[in-house]
Design a protein around this ligand. Structure first.
Ligand SMILES: [Ca+2]
Length: 256
């Protein structure tokens, strides 16, 4: 069973990536650490906990997955541009509130950065880190514990561009644009023997998947399916074959 820590900013697309990982039989999500990005980290943590609650995977149940709230500020200078037009709405879920789910917010753990360091020690040599938001939490973890990344089995990052074709400005991809100093810090501190897998924006676009092709089509008869469907539909995820998050979330591809 692969042990995966997901650092993310949910965000409808990250919610989809998390659900897809929950559906995989070869993956155990050991923790979700939340960073600012598509919304504030505190809001993203609530969104992650909502999805866990719908899956009965929150802390109080067996198979529990902890949610840690992390950094809500970029490393160096605050970039306010993204806050003006939040792509995923103010609540990170396209402002859809229908069939919302009750959560116990006390289950959200503080200090994602310490959480990353602690879990890296606990699962040393096994932990696969999947970073699908801005890299602030990772940069801070790699500063707090300069050996933390040496404990990871793998690191996959969604960010940056291959040929300068961006999705936020003409040349910049959102995750790196949102906290460029964090991205620079992560790469500067990368251990020599850890070769990260970088999934750039152009790569994610090439790795598009149709929901039905990857067994990801929420059953709208269930509470969870309805909840997912309404939020994905608002974002248009099911109206076009654009599920870029999955390009890395399923890497390497599962055997369906
Ligand atoms: Ca994201």
């Amino acid at each position: 069973m692969r042990k995966v820590l997901v650092d993310c900013d949910p965000g409808v697309d990250d919610i989809c990536a998390l659900q897809f990982l929950f559906n995989r039989k070869d993956v155990e999500v050991v923790a979700i650490t939340v960073v600012h990005g598509n919304c504030a980290a505190s809001i993203g943590a609530k969104n992650a906990l909502k999805l866990l609650t719908l899956n009965n995977l929150q802390q109080e149940f067996s198979g529990k997955i902890p949610v840690f709230v992390g950094s809500d500020a970029v490393l160096v200078a605050e970039n306010q541009d993204w806050k003006k037009t939040p792509f995923h709405g103010k609540n990170g879920l396209c402002d859809v509130t229908e069939n919302d789910v009750e959560i116990d917010e006390s289950l959200i753990k503080p200090n994602a950065v310490q959480g990353i360091c602690d879990l890296s020690a606990e699962f040393e040599g096994e932990l696969e880190v999947l970073a699908i938001g801005p890299l602030t939490n990772l940069a801070l973890a790699m500063t707090l514990d300069t050996n933390v990344a040496k404990k990871w089995k793998s690191l996959t990052i969604m960010g940056g561009t291959s040929w300068g074709s961006g999705n936020t400005t003409a040349a910049a991809e959102f995750n790196f644009y949102h906290d460029p100093e964090a991205a620079a810090s992560v790469f500067a501190k990368m251990p020599a023997l850890l070769v990260p897998k970088i999934v750039t924006w152009e790569t994610t676009l090439k790795g598009q998947f149709l929901g039905e092709k990857i067994n990801f089509h929420p059953d709208q008869k269930t509470t969870k399916g309805k909840w997912l469907w309404e939020r994905c539909k608002k974002m248009g995820i099911f109206s076009k074959p654009l599920l870029p998050t999955f390009a890395f979330a399923i890497s390497p591809p599962p055997q369906y």
